[in-house]
Design a protein around this ligand. Structure first.
Ligand code: ACO
Length: 425
């Protein structure tokens, strides 16, 4: 038994049980309850896993009270302002920031893998017009597993890294294709002379035999957005990836599940909902009315882009994006009507007892939508942008799960409240 334990006493019987306390590098101690059922005959109940650590991880650290976020020990503001998204992706996958040579070779490898099998086009053709790009993306990533199945040896570190690089490289192409097909536009193949983020914008906006003007400021803004989304420890979509991967399913099936989880408006779908909500509110005179709706317990309306399960002070990614939005407002032609409405919502909510007492602050999605809109990225692509940024994080989490020798299939228990045996005797 380790030095530190938590003693739990069952006040029905007076019996006490000791549970080991595990110490993290930083952050709250963690009580190991894996033997709880074996020792006490009871399950624990934790709706939405608000108090449960589901794994050991060395990837991302969040302090929700302090508004701190680090990937592999590097503060998010350092990565977002001093490093590129590819540096960050390399850091997540390879555990260290790359040297110049490592970065060049990583970038080249991703370029070489950025094309998708031509047969995939038949899949895209099968979707109805106006299909949501997130639905197409999730299906296409699951379908990608059919092309990389036969020789998959997940015990080989080289093969694991190949699977990792391949999906990071192909996600932007599949994402851009998803948009092009859902709008009946000709698909644009990757341009190997362009960097990762520039190439994605090019595939999204380009036309065959036609020059596309992409300003460095647009590319840099999107690159920062990718970096800010690259990982976020055990959120809903990452947990979905880990749960599926824990059954030894194909890694691309796990990523596809992550995309499904991310789509919901309580998670990655929120940035699309923020812009739709700003459109709905329409002008500053209507803000008070919608704030009142958000506060009404009998009204399901919520202020999109406010609140977070973990950040209870501020979301450090939102702080970076707010500064970026203000810096870019002239150069990027950010919709001033949206900004006015957003500023008024922020100003009222940050001083309103309802929001303050519940620790509801603007999250990353509150600002990312305005920047993406200024980058002329269609609303239905906002969550897809999130997916491109998050893929290195999901893959790093998948690799970490695989490397843990005591990895177990994810299989929670339940508090059963249904009928007892009703079978006629
Ligand atoms: N507007 C109005 N009230 C809210 C909001 C909101 N955006 N968010 C939470 N509340 C209220 C709830 O009604 C609840 O009030 P009550 O205690 O009187 O019942 C209280 O605040 C706590 O809310 P929960 O839903 O229990 O908090 P939880 O941690 O489970 O949810 C979540 C977090 C899902 C992000 C929530 O705040 C929300 O729905 N926000 C809007 C959607 C959004 O912006 N999502 C993006 C998250 S960031 C990301 O995924 C990258």
């Amino acid at each position: 038994m380790p030095n530190k334990t938590l003693t739990v006493t069952d006040n029905r019987t007076g019996k006490s049980f000791d549970f080991p306390i595990l110490e993290p590098t930083i952050g709250p101690d963690v009580v190991d309850i894996s033997e709880f059922y074996k020792n006490t005959g009871m399950f624990t109940f934790d709706r939405g896993f608000t108090s449960t650590a589901s794994c050991r991880s060395r990837i991302t650290y969040i302090d929700g009270g302090e508004g701190k976020l680090m990937y592999r020990g590097y503060d998010i503001s350092y990565l977002a302002t001093q490093k590129s998204f590819l540096d960050t992706a390399y850091l997540l996958l390879h555990k260290e920031l790359p040297t110049k040579e490592q970065l060049d070779s990583f970038s080249l490898e991703l370029k070489k893998r950025s094309f998708v099998h031509e047969s995939m086009k038949k899949l895209f053709d099968a979707f109805p017009d106006n299909a949501h790009p997130m639905a197409i993306l999730s299906s296409a990533v699951a379908a990608l597993s059919t092309f990389y199945f036969d020789h998959l040896d997940l015990d080989s570190p080289e093969e694991v890294m190949e699977m990792a690089h391949r999906i990071v490289a192909k996600i932007p192409t599949i994402a851009a294709f998803s948009y092009r097909y859902s709008n009946g536009l000709p698909v644009i193949y990757p341009d190997l002379s362009k960097g990762f983020t520039e190439n994605f914008l090019y595939m999204l906006r380009g036309y065959p035999h036609h020059h596309v003007e992409l300003s460095p400021i647009e590319v840099q803004a999107l690159d920062t957005i990718f970096t800010l989304h690259a990982d976020h420890e055990q959120n809903a979509s990452t947990t979905a990836v880990r749960v599926v991967a824990s059954t030894h399913a194909h890694p691309y099936a796990a990523i596809s599940a992550g995309i499904g989880a991310l789509w919901g408006r309580a998670h990655g779908g929120a940035n699309e909902s923020v812009i739709r909500q700003l459109e709905l509110i329409d002008n500053v005179d209507n803000v008070e009315k919608y704030i009142a709706k958000a506060k009404d317990p009998n009204d399901p309306f919520r202020l999109m882009g406010f609140g977070h399960r973990v950040y209870k002070n501020f979301d450090p990614r939102a702080t970076i994006l707010k500064k970026l939005r203000d810096r870019l407002s002239d150069e990027l032609n950010i919709n001033s009507q949206y900004v006015e409405v957003a500023n008024k919502i922020e100003q009222i909510a940050l001083n309103d007892e309802y929001f303050v007492s519940r620790n509801l602050y603007p999250n990353i999605d509150f600002y990312s939508g305005l920047i993406l809109d200024a980058l002329k990225i269609p609303k239905e692509m906002f969550a897809v942008i999130f997916v491109i940024g998050r893929t290195p994080g999901w893959i790093a989490q998948w690799i970490e799960l695989k490397e843990q020798p005591d990895m177990k299939i994810a299989r929670p228990r339940q508090l059963y409240l249904g009928p007892n045996d009703r079978t006629p005797q």
